[in-house]
Design a protein around this ligand. Structure first.
Ligand SMILES: C[S@@+](CC[C@H](N)C(=O)[O-])C[C@H]1O[C@@H](n2cnc3c(N)ncnc32)[C@H](O)[C@@H]1O
Length: 476
């Protein structure tokens, strides 16, 4: 056992543990509850956290702390687990899951925040005594005190020494599954940008900015400018300058929405690919929860086009109805299986958005636990669905119409693989449009997109957006 592990495992002589009745600070308790719910019941942290913050009546400083602790711990879980394994001298599957969550939360406070060591350790021990057995307190205390004695850099060095393989080292250091690291490397290499891998992994672990879309035609330019700094690329986007995003969106009655800049560009790529002829019919095939549908509805309204939104899952169709409620006019929301729409509505639409169900590997910043829930098998399964949805959308398109194929994933199986498959199936009937030039014509600044120009991959580390993939096609 090396020095760094001394006085750490269950054999170690524990330092004096806090009295069991010591209460845990509410922000930490909220973070723990959410992290535990993610593990126990597959909860989504981004959906559960706001309600837990509200239930605990946290003030804004504590709400910010709870958010940072929850997201940071879930994102960096892979790295913290390796540190905990080194200290405890056992694999994490040999540790009581509740205690492991406490240790992860404690490790995050010690290695990635300015929380004082004594507060991080004592509160974790008190938490362990609440959520696990009393005997867990000594173990928790020993492990966290050992972690606290070395710096993040030292732990990074030891973790690296103990891990075999280049991608595996990056995976554990940047807390991604190794197969995801390999997929991201391959996607960057396809653009000749393999050297940017570490920047991308770092960007995945940074908290994303809160970004707003001011729906075209519904928000006065002066009001929009007051929302915050204009986005670098999206012509309708702003970075929230401060305050509660829900308060801002309520004030504008849904005409201002929280939306990633990449998602805005994906919807605008379709609506602004070429001038709209009045009377055009548009379809958003996989619309839930409705962010892009709201933007397309606003765009359609300005150019006398009509939009239909479709979403398979009824609860998500309800979210689409809420999302478009802020846009005057009628947008029917269908609840059909998109794979059947080509046969049911052949050659009916002038523009179709296929924002396909995907692994979401491009949005790891905002869904901190998502990386641990995906597997390579998901890519294989989703690729089949993506192909069926593509074919249905293409059938539903009028000759001359435009299809935008979009994923929130840079995995080549879901991006260029899907495009190549569609080109092979549809041959001359399918024309790939110059997506890069079209996007550059829409964006406020040049995007410097890689590849051959027929598709566009956005990147968190390059563009500050989710890793959205966009490919535009015309039907002949
Ligand atoms: C990536 S999300 C769309 C995001 C949405 N465009 C937005 O901006 O808010 C994909 C959606 O497709 C839906 N979906 C999955 N399979 C589908 C199918 N066969 N037909 C229609 N929708 C489907 C999912 O329920 C999910 O809501």
């Amino acid at each position: 056992m090396s020095d760094r592990r001394q006085n750490s495992g269950s054999n170690a002589r524990p330092a004096r543990a806090p009295r069991p009745q010591q209460s845990v600070q509410p922000a930490r308790l909220v973070a723990y509850e959410v992290i535990a719910a993610v593990r126990e019941s597959d909860a989504y942290a981004n959906l559960l956290l706001p309600s837990r913050i509200q239930r605990a009546r946290l003030n804004s400083a504590d709400a910010a702390l709870a958010t940072e602790l929850t997201y940071g711990t879930l994102r960096m879980q892979g790295f913290y687990d390796k540190v905990i394994e080194l200290v405890a001298d056992r694999t994490v599957d040999k540790i009581d899951p509740a205690v492991l969550d406490v240790l992860r939360l404690g490790a995050h406070q010690l290695l990635a925040t300015r929380v004082a060591t004594h507060a991080a350790v004592n509160e974790s021990v008190a938490l362990a005594s609440q959520v696990a057995s009393r005997s867990a307190t000594g173990f928790t205390n020993g492990v966290l005190r050992t972690i606290s004695r070395s710096s993040l850099e030292e732990w990074r060095g030891w973790v690296q020494d103990e891990t075999e393989g280049a991608d595996e080292k990056l995976a554990v250091l940047h807390s991604h599954p190794a197969w995801v690291v390999r997929a991201l490397r391959t996607a960057l290499e396809a653009e000749g940008r393999g050297s940017e891998l570490e920047q991308l992994l770092e960007a995945d672990n940074a908290a994303p900015k809160v970004n707003l879309a001011a729906l075209p035609g519904l928000v006065d330019a002066t009001d929009a400018a007051a929302l915050g700094d204009a986005n670098r690329f999206s012509p309708i986007g702003f970075e929230l300058s401060g305050g509660d995003p829900l308060g801002v969106t309520d004030r504008f009655g849904g005409a201002v929405r929280v939306q990633d800049e990449g998602s805005q560009l994906a919807a605008l790529a379709l609506s602004r690919a070429e001038p709209v002829r009045p009377g055009e019919r548009w379809l958003d095939l996989c619309a839930g929860p409705g962010g892009k549908a709201a933007l397309l509805a606003a765009e359609a309204r300005l150019s006398e086009a009509t939009l239909i939104a479709n979403e398979l899952v009824p609860a998500r169709a309800g979210l689409v109805r809420n999302a478009i409620a802020g846009v005057p006019g009628d947008v029917p929301v269908w609840e059909l299986d998109g794979t059947t729409i080509g046969a049911a509505h052949p050659a009916e639409f002038d523009r179709i958005l296929l924002d396909a169900p995907c692994t979401g590997l491009g949005a790891l910043r905002r869904r901190p636990e998502a990386r641990w829930r995906k597997s390579p098998g998901d890519v294989a399964e989703l690729s089949v669905l993506q192909g069926k949805l593509f074919d249905a959308a293409f059938q539903a398109l009028k000759p001359g119409g435009i299809l935008a194929y979009v994923t929130c994933s840079p995995h080549l199986g879901e991006t260029l693989g899907a495009v190549n498959g569609a080109v092979a199936r549809w041959g001359d009937a399918l024309e790939q449009l110059p997506t890069r030039d079209i996007l550059d014509g829409i964006a406020a600044n040049p995007l410097d997109i890689g590849g051959n120009g027929l598709t566009a991959q956005l990147w968190p580390h390059r563009h500050g957006t989710d890793a959205m993939f966009i490919a535009l096609f015309r039907k002949h």
